[in-house]
Design a protein around this ligand. Structure first.
Ligand code: APR
Length: 245
């Protein structure tokens, strides 16, 4: 059993407004690779930053499509881990709870979380890169990227790439939840990709108690009120049990 500081336990027991920001680390124990981990196998020669951009898609659409197809298959085969479930439990205890995620894997929803703000889209969805129409089905081809049935534009994953802006509604809701929360969690994120990374700092500036749970220290660690280093799939269930168990 982990020892959590009693002040933190008390804050959480009394809290009515909590915001949580998650990153790729919360899905690591579900078998999905984090972004800044080394790529494996076939993809080891590419950096994610060189695949997840409109420029990369314009230059080599099939390469980018295939990388996402590969990641989509991994996401489809993945199951939530105890960290995802603990966050769904936490939501039930807190009247105003927002789960802001940078993840595109859909695992928070699968675990039962309700108020989810997906800042970077969802890898399971596919839309036209030109007219934006969502595609329910498409035919995979060895050579070509599938095309939109409506306008013949190239299909692409419904995720936010570097150089693209975040969905306005989700971002505004995330900023609002960050401003008004009493406790803010930053979990499984390296905290280097903006604007998501700025949320924890904003929460701190607004007077929230900020808690980091991450496998290793990040640029945020020295700024937070409480930092726990380890696996979120182990720490979160223990924390939920310690506060509400
Ligand atoms: N539990 C907690 N933290 C973990 C675990 C785990 N089991 N495994 C790894 N981590 C930590 C790593 O130490 C790292 O600090 O999770 C963090 C993951 O960081 P990134 O790979 O940078 O992922 P993320 O912060 O989500 O990336 C942000 O960058 O490429 C873009 O759009 C992409 O959403 C992504 C964004």
């Amino acid at each position: 059993m982990m020892d959590f500081p009693p002040e933190l336990i008390n804050f959480l027991k009394k809290a009515t407004r909590v915001a949580v920001l998650t990153g790729a680390g919360v899905s690591q124990e579900s078998g999905l690779r984090t972004f800044r981990d080394a790529q494996a196998g076939l993809w080891a020669q590419y950096r994610p930053e060189d695949l997840a951009t409109p420029t990369a898609f314009a230059r080599a659409p099939k390469l980018v499509w295939d990388w996402y197809a590969h990641r989509r298959e991994s996401a489809k085969g993945a199951q939530p881990n105890p960290g995802h479930y603990a966050l769904a439990e936490m939501e039930k205890m807190i009247p105003e709870f927002a789960l802001i995620t940078q993840n595109v894997d859909g695992l928070h929803r699968m675990a039962g979380s309700k108020n989810i703000l997906e800042l970077h889209g969802n890898i399971l969805n596919v839309r036209c890169s030109e007219c934006g129409t969502f595609a329910e089905t498409w035919v995979d081809d060895l050579e070509f990227v599938p095309r939109c049935k409506k306008c013949n534009g190239l299909l692409r994953p419904d995720v936010v790439w570097f150089e693209e802006s975040l969905p306005r509604v989700q971002l505004d809701a995330a900023i609002n939840a960050t401003r008004t929360c009493q406790v803010f969690f930053s979990i499984g994120t390296s905290g280097v990709v903006h604007p998501a990374a700025a949320l924890a700092h904003a929460a701190k500036a607004e007077g929230a108690v900020v808690v980091e749970i991450n496998a290793e220290p990040t640029p945020l660690t020295t700024k937070v009120d409480f930092a726990f280093h380890g696996k979120s799939g182990e720490i979160l269930p223990e924390l939920v049990k310690a506060v509400w168990g």
